[in-house]
Design a binder for this molecule. Sequence first.
Ligand SMILES: [Zn+2]
Length: 126
Amino acid sequence: MKSEENGTEPSPARTASCKATGGGMSLPMEKGEMLKIASVITHGNLTEADLTCPYCQKGSLIFSFTVIDPPRYGLFIVCQYCRRVEHFSLGEKPPNFREELVVEEFQRLEDEAHLQALMKLRTLKK
Ligand SMILES: [Zn+2]
C-alpha cells in the first residue's frame, strides 16, 4: 500500500480535473435524494416516505402541495432545520394530492410566484 503511494506521483492537473467533475458535471447527490423524496410524496407510499433532509441529515422535511393552474400543481419540500427549500412543478395532478396536504402559507407563495411569472411573460411578449 505504502509503496504504491510513493510510486504514483500526484499530478496537479489530474487532481484538479477530479475535483471539477466531482461536483459540477452530474446532479448533486442531495438533489437526487430530493427528487426521490418528491416522487414518493407525489405518487409513492407516503406512509413509508423517509423525510430526513438530504442536505443536513438533521432535520425532518415538511412538504406541501400547491395548486398552480390545474392540471399544473406544485410541490414544496422544506427543511425546518437548515431552511433548504425545494420547489417542484408538476405537469399533472399528483396521485397523492389531497386538499389537506396543501399548506396555506405555501399556496400563497405559489400564487405570488405564479403571478410574477405571468407578469414577466407579459412584459416579454411586448
Ligand atoms: Zn436540512
